[in-house]
Design a protein around this ligand. Structure first.
Ligand code: 48N
Length: 301
């Protein structure tokens, strides 16, 4: 039996070799891949993932949550400021949050004007219903936005990674400022009750934008942490559904709620006690865009 190849050299494929693996139209001789060693695949991933973790340990902006507000914010911020190192931390394996469905598991997505302007910028088609527009499938909006955000060279997405605490520094006058996030793989963050001493990682940044929504196992994470960390007296708690009150309140209320921390999207409704709007997403877009402008204002002062 031929000796099992152990050295990398035996799998080096010259460009000519790879050329040899072009697939012929009629697949004559069968579809053949260029040879590879398992370690090449692992090393290709490890090198890149851990280089990203090392390089983004200090970021310019961290966005917590890759739902419609977080992604709209990331798109606007990365477009307006390609110089900024923007790191998105998303607890789920799949980014997108609640924006894969329109409402009640129905797939069309309603967006009230004037937020349709953002759809035109992304090139997402919609049907015009007068005061609002309808995207045929929420995933068309979310996947288009996500693809544009991930294509931006200054944006990094760390999904399946949870923010499980905030970094809070005090200046010489004792004034506290949010200065970063504490992260762990989500499967670890959700298992601190079963194992001890699973210490986290940190990412420091001058501005943190929290877009963790109001739903799900970690919804409104930063707003709740502000209360337990003594930086906020109590939560406002999201009020009942009222579309006409909820959407302007969320967009106009998007702001730096404590030095270094901006809240955007539905997380803000839990902080401020504003109404919820149900299955209409214009405010998530407007709030995310405003959070990006707020972050630039803070960084430039
Ligand atoms: O989609 P969400 O939940 O949040 P938003 O604010 O982007 O959009 C809210 C929107 O989907 C609605 O809720 C609509 C408009 N309905 C309103 C209503 O009245 O019912 O995305 C939040 C993302 C999710 O992907 C979470 O997995 C993630 O944030 N997340 C976190 N990521 C990292 N660390 C955490 N601690 C964390 N907590 C949540």
């Amino acid at each position: 039996m031929a000796p099992v190849a152990t050295s990398q050299e035996q799998y080096q494929t010259s460009p000519m070799d790879v050329q040899k693996y072009d697939v012929h139209e009629d697949y004559k001789g069968g579809y053949r891949f260029a040879p590879i060693e398992e370690s090449q695949v692992s090393r290709a991933m490890i090198k890149r993932y851990f280089n990203t973790m090392y390089e983004r340990a200090v970021s310019d902006v961290v966005i917590v949550g890759a739902g419609s507000a977080g992604l709209s914010c990331a798109y606007t911020l990365a477009k307006d400021r390609p110089d900024l190192k923007i790191t998105i931390v998303e607890a789920n394996v799949a980014p997108g949050g609640g924006a894969w469905l329109g409402g009640q598991l129905m797939t069309p997505m309603v967006i009230r004007k004037p937020a349709d302007r953002f759809l035109r910028e992304l090139g997402v088609e919609y049907e015009d219903e007068g005061p609002f527009v309808v995207v045929k499938h929420a995933a068309l909006f979310t996947s288009t936005l996500l693809s544009k955000v991930l294509a931006m060279p200054n944006v990094v997405l760390m999904n399946a990674t949870a923010v499980e605490d905030l970094i809070v520094h005090a200046d010489f006058e004792g004034k506290q400022r949010v200065a970063g996030v504490v992260t762990n793989w989500t499967l670890v963050a959700l298992n601190h009750d079963t194992q001890s001493c699973m210490d986290p990682n940190t990412i420091t940044a001058p501005v943190i934008i929290s877009a963790t929504g109001h739903d799900g196992p970690m919804g409104a994470f930063s707003a709740k942490r502000l209360v337990s960390a003594g930086l906020l007296k109590e939560l406002g708690n999201m009020r009942g559904l009222d579309m006409n009150r909820a959407e302007p309140a969320i967009v106009n209320g998007t702001r730096e709620v404590t030095p270094g921390l901006i809240l955007t999207g539905m997380e803000l409704s839990e902080h401020d006690g504003s109404n919820r709007m149900g299955p209409t997403f214009g405010a998530m877009i407007g709030s995310g865009v405003k959070a990006a402008k707020e972050a630039i204002r803070i960084l430039d002062t």
